[in-house]
Ligand binder design. Structure first.
Ligand SMILES: Nc1ncnc2c1ncn2[C@@H]1O[C@H](COP(=O)(O)OP(=O)(O)O)[C@@H](O)[C@H]1O
Ligand SMILES: [Mg+2]
Length: 404
């Protein structure tokens, strides 16, 4: 079975450098490795000092580099899917009104990068795929797309062709969506299936994991904590944190030592937030990480002979349990405060909103007829309590902000 490691973090913190070091390490172990950039501003070519583009190029024994360009992928690999998606989500592909509130689907073109990664994975050509992702915000938008889009598709295409055709005129007005015509159906079905498989792959705890790269400074630490929370919300597994550009204990001047002490404070904070997740500390080098020798140095310095290529931690993120009078669903939300979270139920979906991030979880069949009784956020976990619905009660249970 292949393996996918996704690197993300704020812009400029060292994602590409650290992803490259992982790739070099994996290749040296004899694993056929693809280092692929899904960043709109890729810089694999810079760091390896070679020409990289839309087709994988060799960069040494067992090592290949690829920079994905969503526009090129749409043109060359997925023209039909792209057309069908536009029919479904509107010509801009951007905004779509939901039943309850407005949801935005940002730059869905990037989805084609994920589909390409899935296709490469399925080809079985590589033992390991290392993804150098865009800065965190974009990565989060990207990683929530497969689930969000498949959820929409299920709403609009759950009941077969006839039903959709009957619904179409109403739906058009109400949901501001052009439903696919019958000719496009097979493509839509195919797309939906693709999205479901893609999610399963990216969330498969034996295949995929996300590694966060950061530097010990306030803005970066705050963003890293937030992305950790959102990655958990969407059920992605985080199995490594890299703290980059750490100053030495004696940085040579009072000025630099002052910065060193500020860094220490943030390193301690990261250690407490990411307790249980392997943390790798990386020195601030007196040189850039550029060229094979510098990548190799980074690799030898911090990746050593540790077991870094396997999935390093497994966390259960979505746990359904039977309990008194019903069920509970527990979701890890590290660092979430109760006031950031809203939970409500719509038919058989639970909608969890954490600040601007919204996740709809279709409930399993065992919970048919159940309704939310209450919910709470404590110690980094959201716990939602369901009870069996009594006859005659309203279908839609709204649990307000106070969780009652
Ligand atoms: N530990 C380090 N010490 C010194 N320079 C570093 C270190 N890590 C990264 N760099 C340099 O910082 C810049 C940004 O790194 P890069 O890996 O491209 O970040 P990102 O991919 O997150 O934007 C590059 O010039 C890189 O060579
Ligand atoms: Mg980069």
């Amino acid at each position: 079975m292949g393996r996918i490691i996704i690197f993300t973090g704020k812009g400029g913190v060292g994602k590409t450098s650290i992803a490259a070091a992982h790739a070099v390490r994996a290749a040296s172990e004899g694993k056929k490795t693809l280092l692929v950039s899904a960043d709109m501003a890729p810089n694999l070519g810079d760091i390896f000092e070679t020409e990289v583009g839309g087709n994988a190029v060799p960069a040494g024994d067992n090592l290949y580099l690829l920079e994905l360009d969503p526009d090129q992928l749409v043109r060359e690999n997925y023209p039909n899917i792209s057309k069908a998606m536009r029919n479904l989500f509107g010509s801009s592909g951007l905004a779509l009104d939901n039943l309850d509130d407005e949801m935005i689907i940002p730059g869905f073109e990037n989805l084609f990068s994920l589909l390409k990664i899935r296709d490469i994975y399925n080809s079985g050509e590589y033992d390991l795929i290392i993804v150098d992702c865009a800065p965190t915000g974009e990565t989060l938008s990207l990683l929530k797309l497969p689930e969000l889009l498949s959820w929409y598709m299920e709403k609009f295409y759950p009941v077969g062709k006839t039903m959709v055709r009957v619904m179409a005129p109403v739906s058009k007005a109400k949901y501001k969506v052009t439903l696919p015509n019958r000719k496009a159906m097979n493509e839509i079905e195919q797309m939906h299936w693709s999205l479901v498989v893609l999610q399963e792959l990216l969330k498969d705890p034996d295949v995929s994991s996300v590694r966060l790269v950061c530097t010990p400074e306030k803005m970066v630490v705050d963003e890293t904590k937030r992305s950790y929370m959102y990655l958990n919300l969407y059920h992605y597994q985080v199995d490594g944190v890299f703290i980059n550009r750490i100053l030495p204990d004696d940085a040579g001047s009072d000025f630099m030592n002052h910065w060193g002490s500020i860094q220490k404070k943030y390193i301690r904070e990261l250690e407490s937030v990411f307790a249980g997740i392997p943390i790798t500390r990386i020195a601030w080098y007196p040189h850039e990480v550029r060229g094979r020798a510098a990548i190799q140095h980074l690799c030898d310095d911090v990746l050593g002979d540790k077991d870094i290529l396997n999935v390093r931690v497994h966390t259960d993120n979505e746990i359904y349990e039977a309990c008194d009078g019903g069920w509970s669903l527990t979701i890890r939300l590290p660092g979430a405060a109760k006031e950031d979270v809203t939970v409500y139920q719509h038919e058989m979906d639970v909608n969890i909103k954490v600040n601007n991030f919204n996740r709809c979880i279709p409930l399993p069949n065992t919970l048919t007829g159940a309704q939310i009784d209450g919910w709470d956020v404590a110690d980094g976990f959201l716990r939602i309590q369901f009870s069996k619905k009594a006859d005659g009660q309203d279908e839609t249970a709204e649990a307000g902000k106070d969780g009652k």
